[in-house]
Design a protein around this ligand. Structure first.
Ligand code: FAD
Length: 555
């Protein structure tokens, strides 16, 4: 292993690979180190969506975007960072598509997450990767972190986010699309056999993003060292000069002539750090991410006096425990569907169920602070809902019937609401009153308490055939179902405070020379908000791109 490069990148998620790609293309020598025996991190198991205002596939308005993100960030982010994001993200995507074989398509109907804020768009800022041929990676395909089976059709077949939306919302032509994807998969059996794959050779979502970037790095012969974990940062001559890492149990030092980019994810898998910073109760086991993001880079930079921000925040998402799965399953979309509600231990609703996942869990904690009975919360639906729609690990009952061994673990079921309430320890009278009120609202089409279905975002994942409100239906037909919702996350949001070039700042606000942080190792450019799907990967890539450009300009 070579011991000296211009740039060392820690981690191998999307932002890390972008930083390395761009650094290489700027003429710098660069290497990545990755703790796990697989590359890709959370980025590889993600949806791969990126929130890119002003992208070339839409007609967007810079001032409107800036107004939108400024209000969303609630004054908690330096304006220079917000401006840098808005002005660079679209440039970064063009570079990504020119420098790799990856292609992105705007999701023209995927609305921003806060439709009520000025400057929000009803679609087009979220971009979704096209499928990517995993065969291009050769042997390196085996080392790519596998996607969760819940993101594959029937646990095997790749689909883009646009495909998934068409099928979930049962849009015109969805059955034909389903048949086409299944057929394409079936006819590809020879290629799968050659590659020794059970799941699709074509990669979608986060797997496509990471594979595209990895392919770009392979063609440029940029080294990526797996099972090489950052332990600490070297500091010489007033600047960060390299990393100390553990590789196969041995200590290695790698020098970085220009700087180190920390892209080692958040601290969500470190229970001690969760206990220190996040609201209680909070469990690492409730998260959806792989096990390696334990805040190592954060701690290494703090040891050099780096400042942090937003440490009490995560990219929250309600999650469900499923036995024998490495991580819990996130509920991102299905909560909008008509005929399900979320309640606390008193049987009372606490949120518009269709709200973005971050806001959903924020509301869980807010109610929990009031009554101590909302973490966990419970999702309630009836036999009709169960028959028609998916919910996390449950496929629609008409496709996959109840799995008995999951009863009392993944879902709870009873003939009456009263019995169901007793089984899950929720107040039965409270639940009965809530359901009666929700059923009245389903008939009138207006959710009097939380306005579910009242805006374009709520209705993105809804059932257009349900009238008058595609997000509301009665909960009336037994048996009734409940699922336990934990206050999970898809990564932490707080981290090292950085400037517009991703330089890590110290407590006085001055850059620490030679030290950069991106992705969830850094405090989010979005502050406590989640402006649209792709608000974590978009910035990770964009600030990876900016960090590399900055490193190239150093004297
Ligand atoms: P990661 O991608 O997790 O990469 C960090 C890497 O660093 C890991 O490979 C880890 O092993 C490595 N590492 C950790 N410690 C060390 C060490 N000491 N030394 C060396 N390496 C180390 N976001 C979006 O924007 N759009 C989406 O569509 C989207 N969908 C999602 C869907 C799911 C199911 C999930 C779970 C998340 C989703 N997210 C999405 C969130 C997004 O995936 C993450 O926020 C993002 O991937 C974080 O990127 P990162 O580079 O900070 O971390």
């Amino acid at each position: 292993m070579k011991q000296e490069f211009d740039v060392v990148v820690v981690g191998s998620g999307a932002g890390a690979m972008m930083a390395a790609l761009r650094a290489h293309d700027e003429g710098l020598s660069v290497a990545l180190i990755e703790k796990s025996d697989r590359y890709g991190g959370t980025s590889a198991i993600s949806g791969g969506g990126i929130w890119i205002p002003l992208n070339k596939q839409i007609r967007d308005d810079r001032e409107a975007v800036l107004g939108y993100v400024r209000v969303a960030a609630q004054g908690q982010v330096a304006d220079a960072r917000l401006v840098a994001y808005v002005d660079t993200a679209h440039e970064m995507v063009e570079y990504l598509q020119q420098a790799t074989r990856l292609r992105y398509a705007a999701c023209h109907r995927y609305p921003d997450y806060y439709p009520a804020l000025a400057g929000a768009r009803e679609g087009g800022r979220t971009m979704d990767p096209e499928v990517f041929d995993g065969g291009l990676l050769g042997e390196e395909l085996a080392r790519l972190r596998e996607p969760s089976s819940s993101t594959l059709l029937m646990g095997k077949v790749a689909m883009t986010a646009r495909d998934a939306h068409r099928m979930l919302a049962k849009e015109k032509g969805w059955k034909l699309l389903f048949a086409k994807l299944m057929l394409r998969f079936a006819l590809d059996f020879r290629a799968r056999k050659r590659l020794g794959r059970r799941t699709d050779r074509r990669l979608a979502l986060g797997n496509a993003l990471v594979a595209g970037l990895r392919h770009g790095l392979l063609t440029r012969q940029v080294p990526l060292y797996l099972e090489t974990a950052l332990e600490s940062l070297s500091f010489e001559g007033g600047r960060v000069s390299g990393v100390v890492a553990t590789q196969n149990g041995k200590r290695v030092e790698i020098r970085a002539r220009r700087g180190v980019v920390l892209a080692a994810g958040g601290f969500e898998r470190n229970q001690a750090l969760r206990d220190q910073y996040l609201p209680a109760p909070s469990q690492a086991a409730w998260g959806v991410t792989p096990p390696n993001n334990t805040g190592d880079a954060l701690l290494a930079a703090q040891a050099l006096g780096a400042a942090t921000d937003l440490m009490g925040w995560a990219w929250w998402a309600p999650t469900i425990h499923v036995p024998k799965q490495a991580a819990q399953t996130g509920l991102f979309a299905e909560r909008s569907l008509p005929g399900c509600i979320a309640v606390d231990g008193e049987g009372r609703r606490f949120v518009n169920e269709a709200k973005p996942y971050l806001e959903f869990v924020t509301a869980m904690y807010a109610r929990h602070r009031e009554n101590g009975r909302c973490v966990p919360a419970w999702l309630i639906f009836d036999a009709d809902f169960r028959h028609k729609y998916p919910m996390g690990p449950l496929m629609p009952g008409q496709v996959v019937p109840d799995r008995k061994s999951w009863q009392g673990v993944v879902y709870w079921k009873a003939d009456t609401l009263e019995e169901l309430a007793k089984e899950i320890g929720v107040d039965a009278a409270g639940l009965a009153a809530t359901v009666a009120r929700v059923n009245e609202d389903a008939a009138s089409g207006t959710d009097r308490d939380y306005g579910k279905g009242g805006n374009v975002f709520d209705r993105y994942y809804s059932d257009a055939s349900v009238k008058p409100n595609p997000c509301l239906a009665p909960i009336a037909k037994g048996p009734f179902y409940a699922m336990r919702l934990d206050a999970g996350d898809i990564g932490t949001k707080g981290g090292l405070l950085t400037n517009e070039d991703a330089q890590v700042l110290d407590e006085r606000g001055a850059p620490i020379a030679g030290l950069y942080a991106i992705g969830n190792t850094s405090a989010s450019v979005m502050g406590p908000s989640y402006p649209g799907a792709g608000s974590t990967l978009g910035p990770a890539l964009t600030f990876g791109y900016r960090a590399a450009k900055h490193l190239a300009l150093l004297p």
